[in-house]
Design a protein around this ligand. Structure first.
Ligand code: GDP
Ligand code: IMO
Ligand code: MG
Length: 422
């Protein structure tokens, strides 16, 4: 298999974990290149649900190698919790199978505290972050004041962490917020450093050797295009480049070695957190939540729900260079008489086919819909694309026609077996 980048083409939670898991069979190395444990990727196999946050979903395949690249921000304590949870589920994560970049940045307890503090101060302008310290960790990286994984093993690491946490506690005290337990955190990070030591290496050397040996790679994107710090609904975004370019800068694999970009979309749209969402439909959301669907994998929050938005999808195909679409959750539309799909926006009397730069303008934009007929029958047991109801196939054909991009896989349920490709 070629080297493939998997990106979310909406606001995250498109089902990237499930698609990566499906494609891992045909690949050798699975790489995460951006984001942190704000991600929550669900894979369901043989009745067992696995939720991956920092570790690439490929870890569920014992013969595959996984890499956490330089562009990821890592909370070492929560990474070890994830490793332990996987062990309880029968998945052993050995250092021979998980390589962590020594250039990746650390998420510190101070980053988590500042994330919470800034959100509280934003009031009704809050972003609705996952509170994992992601924004402050990337801020320090760009500010050139962050700490990287290799520094965990420096003699003075504990002293530097202590100093960092004490400084943060001054800020927290001023704000009347509970202080960080400095001694407890320093001990936890020192312990984590010892456990993680065998995993941490120069992943760039490893990946380039793998390229030279023609070993195939899958890049598992986290978040989605509209959470990208450049292309998303700024400022209601995350703090990394979630689009396909992030796979290169976050791994050290150059662009000409990427063969294909697959954009993952839901058959509708969801968003967790604050920010504009033109096709949001609370009634549709209530139906989905009533069915027990669309609760966040990381925070458990209800996801906001709405219709497929081709304006966003069009722009996502541009900025990611999407070659193929993987559509998940088609079964989520099973019960509907009619399915609205947004083709354009209207804003101040103008018809737009690309999203405006300003979040405030996007908030004001009115979606213009086409309406497609529903198929009104369950499809979760269908195993071949040709066996989907005709109106479901029409829905897929319509999306392909409107985006100019083929849909090469369709999800009819969360299980590994519920991905249709032919
Ligand atoms: P990710 O962050 O992009 O990996 O996606 P999440 O795992 O956060 O959210 C996707 C949700 O949809 C999870 O609960 C998956 O189990 C579920 N899912 C994925 N594909 C399908 C599908 O085709 N049908 C149904 N019913 N659920 C799906
Ligand atoms: P996966 O990889 C959905 C959202 C948060 C918030 C915004 C900023 O599972 O698709 P952050 O904590 O990153 O500073 O929060 O981004 N967000 C996600 N939404 N899926 C994700 O990841 C997300 N990661 C962050 O809800 O709106
Ligand atoms: Mg998710």
């Amino acid at each position: 298999m070629s080297n493939t980048v998997i990106v979310g083409a909406q606001w995250g939670d498109e089902g990237k974990g499930k698609i990566v898991d499906y494609l891992t069979d045909q690949t050798e190395i699975v790489v995460r290149a951006q984001g942190g444990n704000n991600a929550g990727h669900t894979v369901i196999s043989e009745g067992v649900t696995y939720i991956l946050h920092l570790i690439p979903s490929g870890i569920l395949w014992p013969s595959k190698t996984c890499v956490i690249g330089n562009g990821v921000v890592i909370d070492p304590v929560s990474l070890l919790e994830e490793i332990d949870t996987l062990a309880e589920q029968g998945i052993t994560v050995e250092a021979s199978r998980l390589l962590i970049s020594n250039r990746a940045h650390l998420v510190l307890p101070s980053h988590r505290a500042i994330d919470a503090l800034k959100e509280a101060r934003r009031g009704d302008q809050k972003i609705g972050t996952t509170n994992r310290g992601i924004g402050p960790a990337y801020s320090d990286k760009i500010d050139r004041s962050g700490m990287r994984l290799h520094e965990l093993f420096d003699e003075n690491f504990s002293a530097r962490l202590k100093e960092n946490l004490e400084q943060c506690n001054l800020l927290l005290s001023e704000a009347g917020i509970e202080n960080i337990d400095v001694e407890g955190s320093v001990t936890a990070y020192a312990k984590a450093a010892e456990r993680l030591r065998p995993f941490v290496c120069d992943t760039i050397g490893f990946l380039h050797q793998a390229l030279a040996d023609n070993r195939s790679m899958l890049f598992e994107g986290a978040q989605g295009t509209y959470l990208d710090v450049d292309f998303g609904t700024y400022p209601y975004v995350t703090s990394s480049n979630t689009t396909s370019g992030g796979a290169c800068t976050g791994s050290g694999v150059p662009p000409q070695r990427i063969d294909k970009v697959v954009g993952v979309i839901k058959a509708y749209t969801t968003r967790v957190g604050e920010g504009p969402f033109p096709t949001e439909d609370d009634g549709f959301g209530d139906v989905m939540h009533g069915m027990g669907r669309e609760f966040g994998a990381t925070t458990g929050r209800e996801r906001r729900c709405g219709w497929l938005d081709l304006v966003l999808l069009r722009y996502a195909t541009y900025v990611n260079g999407i070659d193929e679409l993987a559509m998940t959750n088609l079964d989520g539309l099973d019960g509907l008489d009619e399915i609205p799909v947004c083709t354009h926006y209207e804003l101040d009397g103008e018809k737009l086919d690309l999203p405006p730069a300003s979040a405030a303008d996007l908030e004001r934009a009115t979606p213009i819909y086409d309406t497609l007929p529903g198929w009104k029958s369950p499809i979760d047991e269908v195993r071949k694309l040709a066996d989907l109801p005709e109106k479901a196939r029409d829905y897929l054909a319509y999306v392909t026609k409107m985006t100019g991009v083929p849909i090469t896989s369709v999800g009819v349920g969360p299980d590994r077996t519920q991905t249709l490709v032919d």
